[in-house]
Design a protein around this ligand. Sequence first.
Ligand code: 13P
Ligand code: SF4
Length: 299
Amino acid sequence: MKDTILKLKKEKNAVILTHYYAPAEAQEVADYVGDSFYLAKIAKSSTADIIVFCGVSFMGQSAKLLNPDKKVLMPDLTADCPMAHMVAPGLIREMRQKYEDLAVVCYVNSTADLKAESDVCVTSSNAIKIVRALPNKNIFFIPDRNLGRYVASQIPEKNFIINDGYCPIHASITKEQLLLQKQLHPNAPILTHPECEPELLAVSDFIGSTSEIISYATSSPLNEFIICTEEGVDHRLIADNPTKRFYYPVPHPCCMDMKLNTLSNILSVLEKEDKEVLIDDAVSVNAGRPLNTMLELGR
Ligand code: 13P
Ligand code: SF4
């Protein structure tokens, strides 16, 4: 299957973009593997005719919004992020009426409809930089309460209103599960994704996006790490650091939507070109704007 995928990719001038949480097999056939910000930048600059996005729907949609004229395919169109939908309808408009000088800051883990009502998008690797650069004092952060609270803690001079959404995978990791790993591996620093609950961030040594966690562990002189995010990052961590040890909370955090990006689904979509990401024209114009603003401010 791998050989056929590589052959089809060449023939069709297609590029495969894969998130670190996708299965190892999807990372191995990818042209680019990365966190959401990196993949959005790659999608924007791609010269391929077809983008195959191995991630969840908001990632495929972002690639399409940044490249409205390109064909963006996903190995499984049902791969979705529950958090992307966690903003009550009408809430953004309500907040805009309530607060003058409001900036609606939308984590990329969100639907195109939510992006269309927002001022700027952020990812976990650029949120602090981008929010700090905004002239607005009042920030409505959607949909993730945990990334929102973390960003707010780093920018005390602004007033944050934080929506109550969350990632079911990261939010279900408990402090006890994390501290058990610390007890077993006392010399290993804890590296945590900001989608985790604040009490986990409070006991962590480093907080960052998937790629920031991987860079931290790779450049560190230490030999063992407790990794507090989805287990898919293990593939790159081990590939880049074969002599280092990585421990995860038990049960291992696992995003089943990301795991739908199997080799057979990738092959099938490349052959048939049938699972195309399509976004309503009216939504597309407005939802692309905050993503492009993110790329400008995050440069
Ligand atoms: P990153 O931007 O760190 O890759 O995170 C994406 C994500 O979905 C985390 O759950
Ligand atoms: Fe969404 Fe969480 Fe899966 Fe990331 S890990 S895609 S935030 S459900």
